[in-house]
Structures are given as C-alpha cells and as structure tokens.
Ligand binder design. Structure first.
Ligand SMILES: [Zn+2]
Length: 279
C-alpha cells in the first residue's frame, strides 16, 4: 500500500537481461546520473530479494515481471530467467513471451509455461515485426483465453533502434478482441504517440480491453485520454521500471484530478481483478 492505495505495477522489466543490445543500454544509461549508478542498480536488483525490498519500500503490493525475446531490437530476458526471478516471491507475477516469427506451437508452450506459474503473456509486435491479428497467433490467443491468461501488447512508439512502428497500431487488436471476446487484452502505453484515440476507442468498444499507462508522463494522461475518470476501470498503472522511479510515478498518478475511486482503480484495483489476486 502506498498512501492508503493498493499499488500494483503492471509493467516491470528485469534489471539484468540475458543479453541487452546497445540501443536500450544507452537509453537506460541516460535515465541514471552515471554509468556506475546504472550498473550498480542492475547488479543489485538482479537479486529478487533486493528487488522485493525495493518494492516494499515503495509501497508496491505486486509487480508484473515481463519476459522479452526481441533479439533484433532490445535483447533477451528469457521466460526461464523471469521464472527463476519470480520463484518463491508471491508479490512478483511472471509474464512470459513469444517470438511469433521464430517459435512454433505457441499454444502448447503456453500450457507448459502456465503450469510453471506464468500468469500472463507479453507480446512485442513492433520489436518482433508481426501484426497482432496475424492468424499464426490465433492458436496462442485461443489457449490464453482458455487458460484465462491476460495478454499485453506493446503499442505505439519506442525509443529503441530498429523498432517498426506500423505493427504498434491498437486498431489491429480490434480483430483479436472480436474473435476472442473473453480474452483480456492490455495495450501497453495506450498507443503512445500517434494512436491515443485508437486505444481509447478500443477500450470503449471492447469489454475486456485495457490500457497500461507505463512510459507516459502521468500529468499528460487526462490530455491523452479524454474521459479517463469515467473509464477508470479500463486503465492499469505501470512504470516500465528500471527507467523510472515507481513511487514518484504512482504519486504523480494519485495527484491527477480524478475521483478517489478512479485513482484506486488505476493504481491497483483493476490489476488485482485482471490477475485474480487477493489483497
Ligand atoms: Zn516495457
């Protein structure tokens, strides 16, 4: 709890990747006062006990930890690395990933990953170069819907070299939501850049679509997403840690001109029900 609010960060990356390309490395370096500072953070928080201590200090109740397998753009934080990191730490919620152009039988793999404790999936269309409504993904969506596992999609722009924006338009998720009406879909960054309107249209149209507000300046949110208070059951808090401070970000969201209920929904209540967790 932070200042009386349940707090769930729905978008956390591992501090230490199995392999990190130069472009994201340079970006993360730019988020810290010095290279040494950044490297110390990576080293320290590669230990899940130390990371959980940080979450506790910041008042974070749960954190979703994302695997990433995008060797052409950012690098690799494998499903196994995320599973190992989260093991024995119930406040860490592991999400697995797939590279749809390289991996086969994603539906069967997902069943195995679910039995290993994974609670959801994160896909990176702009880094793995596929359209979210590509039929090769449909068996995976079917399995995720069956297993009641939410799927997150990166949408919108990215600072990393080599990312291809066209795959990040939230409109491609319209087909997915129509064809898998019970699948819970989370649009990371809400179509950041060119497509805030598209993202908000999607959450208005589809009962089980949501926006994760990571990677967006909190004070700009009401400008990007009109009617945020009325639609507050459609947003989840996330930070894209390690690029930002979780507590400061949460406080900035809490100070937005929204109702108390709206703030509570966004900071934790919506995520709690999406992840079927208990307080
Ligand atoms: Zn991210």
């Amino acid at each position: 709890m932070r200042h009386g609010h349940l707090l769930i960060d729905f978008h956390i990356h591992l501090a230490k990747y199995d392999r990190l390309l130069d472009s994201p490395r340079e970006w993360f370096l730019s988020c810290y006062p010095s290279e040494k500072h950044y490297l110390d953070i990576c080293e320290a928080y590669a230990n899940p006990d130390t990371f959980c201590k940080l979450l506790k200090e910041q008042g974070v109740d749960y954190g979703v930890i994302l695997a990433e397998n995008t060797p052409d753009v950012t690098g690799i934080a494998s499903n196994q690395s995320v599973a190992d990191f989260c093991k024995g730490h119930p406040q860490l919620i592991p999400f697995c990933t797939f590279d749809p152009r390289r991996e086969k039988n994603m539906d069967r793999l997902l069943e195995q990953l679910a039995s290993m404790g994974f609670c959801g999936v994160k896909l990176y269309p702009t880094y793995n170069f596929f359209y979210p409504n590509d039929p090769i993904l449909y068996p995976l969506y079917e399995a995720a819907q069956e297993l009641n596992m939410p799927i997150m999609f990166h949408t919108g722009t990215s600072v990393f070299r080599g990312s291809r924006l066209k795959y990040g338009n939230p409109l491609f998720l319209d087909d997915v939501a129509m064809d898998f009406p019970l699948l819970r879909i989370i649009m990371c960054h809400g179509g950041r850049g060119p497509w805030y309107e598209e993202a908000i249209s999607m959450v208005r149209l589809h009962q089980y679509m949501f926006i994760d507000i990571s990677g967006l300046p909190p004070k700009k949110l009401p400008q990007y997403f009109g009617d945020m208070d009325r639609l507050s059951d459609k947003f989840v808090f996330g930070t894209d840690w390690p690029s930002v401070d979780i507590g400061k970000n949460a406080d900035a969201v809490a100070s937005l001109p929204l109702s108390h209920k709206g703030i509570q929904n966004i900071l934790g209540e919506n995520a709690l029900s999406l992840l079927s967790l208990e307080k």
